[in-house]
Design a protein around this ligand. Sequence first.
Ligand SMILES: Cc1cc2nc3c(=O)[nH]c(=O)nc-3n(C[C@H](O)[C@H](O)[C@H](O)COP(=O)(O)OP(=O)(O)OC[C@H]3O[C@@H](n4cnc5c(N)ncnc54)[C@H](O)[C@@H]3O)c2cc1C
Length: 196
Amino acid sequence: MRVEDPKLKAELSDLGVDIRSDACMAELTSLGIGGTTNLLRITKHESIPELISLLERHQIPYKFLGGGSNLLIGDGELPWLILQLAKPDPEIVIEGNLAHVDAAADLGRTVTFCAKHDLGGMEGLIGVPGTIGGALRMNAGAYGMQIGSFVREAKLSKKFCKGFVSVMRSGVRASRSGRKVPVASSKTLLEHLPDA
Ligand SMILES: Cc1cc2nc3c(=O)[nH]c(=O)nc-3n(C[C@H](O)[C@H](O)[C@H](O)COP(=O)(O)OP(=O)(O)OC[C@H]3O[C@@H](n4cnc5c(N)ncnc54)[C@H](O)[C@@H]3O)c2cc1C
């Protein structure tokens, strides 16, 4: 799938979207398979709702890519665009025992960053590859824990909503069954680690 229309390209650029024209999914997934398409890198995360509605208006199919560690993608020219969040700086902000984490942040690095700031609880997830957004979508788990248990709030962009929707604790897992619900960030509650 290619974005050819110059007007649409300009609108995407205004929304802070960089178009990578020949993205090969085999280079972006852990299994090293998958064909080619346009990859749209979203540098202004606040523009996600507008971006989604623009693509829907143009009837352009799209899929979200996190770290590519749980994807099996076919070969050849793909019939959809790939959307991926660019990593902001900073990716994580700590406030008390809450970590505000961007969905593009790497899960393992998030766990390490939090531990360095004396916040713990999610260490079992340190070896799960991928991003926070992908982990929320999959409700990633290891060693008897799942990321959903630590999330207090997630910022989602839903179809037909003009802005973001903040989903509080009880609703976060529901996002797993929903399709195409881009996650922009999450607020994760951790414990203060005991002194060594
Ligand atoms: C070696 C290896 C070990 C693994 N071990 C574990 C394990 O122990 N436990 C476990 O649970 N999983 C494990 N996995 C699977 C994988 O790491 C997890 O599912 C991970 O959470 C996927 O995250 P990702 O960012 O790579 O998502 P991707 O693989 O890129 O995408 C997965 C899904 O999430 C969606 N998605 C990605 N980002 C967003 C976003 N911002 N908003 C909305 N949807 C989004 C995608 O569209 C796709 O549907 C392992 C994988 C590998 C390769």
